[in-house]
Design a protein around this ligand. Structure first.
Ligand code: 2AM
Length: 218
């Protein structure tokens, strides 16, 4: 009946607990504020504005997309491939409601998205669907060869008109490129440029964020 049909959520993931929502929000805003004042960034704003050396206010450029979380499986209420299997996986059921620490190891910015890379533990990887990185091979050649968990991220913001699904694709794309040159040593870590408006800051100290494994129905 209709009751059973509605039990699969929009997505499963780790949802940051409220105190760390604030911490991650502040650190990421600090990064944006600094990034758009750097000479290296200012020289390369055309990918954001379409105009050479026009100033960009990154804090205005990205819109927040709901509360911070790291999606494990997008289920689309059961319509996505593998959704039913994932929801029924014993590890998923057993872990539901548990809290663990997410390790945020990098922040990245592209003309489309702003995100944090998440480095999953062996235990957290058990909740990561095996073919996640393979699904994007057609649009991002080379992504299928990346280690499982490479796409794990938190969407921190999206440019106008961009859907959050883009953040993971932008991350995978950066990871398939040769490592960019370090353009700036920042207080938070080393900033690299990957061309076409793609920036990644490897954090000196990963941000530890307590998060609850759960799901979102919307
Ligand atoms: P995100 O994980 O990059 O933020 C609801 O739309 C959530 O599901 C968002 O968090 C979004 O992106 C994620 N999402 C939407 N469509 C998706 C897809 N096709 N594959 C993976 N994640 C998706």
């Amino acid at each position: 009946g209709p009751l059973e049909e509605t039990t699969i959520p929009l997505f499963f993931g780790w949802f940051l607990l409220s105190p760390v929502q604030v911490k991650v929000g502040c650190s990421s805003m600090d990064f944006l504020k600094t990034l758009d004042t750097l000479e290296a960034f200012k020289k390369n704003t055309a990918d954001f504005t379409g105009q050479a050396e026009k100033e960009v206010d990154l804090e205005q450029y990205f819109e927040a997309k709901g509360s911070f979380h790291c999606t494990t499986k997008f289920c689309n209420y059961g319509k996505a491939d593998g959704a039913t299997e994932y929801a029924g996986n014993p590890v998923v059921k057993k872990s539901y409601g548990s809290v663990s620490e997410l390790s945020l190891t990098a922040l990245f910015v592209t003309p489309r998205t702003f995100g944090a890379r998440v480095c999953l533990t062996e235990e957290q990887l058990q909740l990561w669907p095996a073919d996640t990185e393979k699904e994007s091979e057609a649009s991002i050649p080379g992504s299928a060869s990346l280690p499982a968990g490479s796409r794990a991220h938190i969407t921190l913001g999206c440019a106008e008109g961009v859907e959050p699904v883009q953040t993971g694709l932008d991350l995978l794309q950066i990871l398939t490129l040769p490592e960019g040159e370090v353009v700036e040593e920042m207080e938070l870590g080393s900033l690299r440029y990957y061309g076409e408006g793609r920036w990644m800051l490897s954090l000196r100290e990963p941000i530890c964020a307590a998060a609850c494994f759960s799901s979102y129905y919307g």
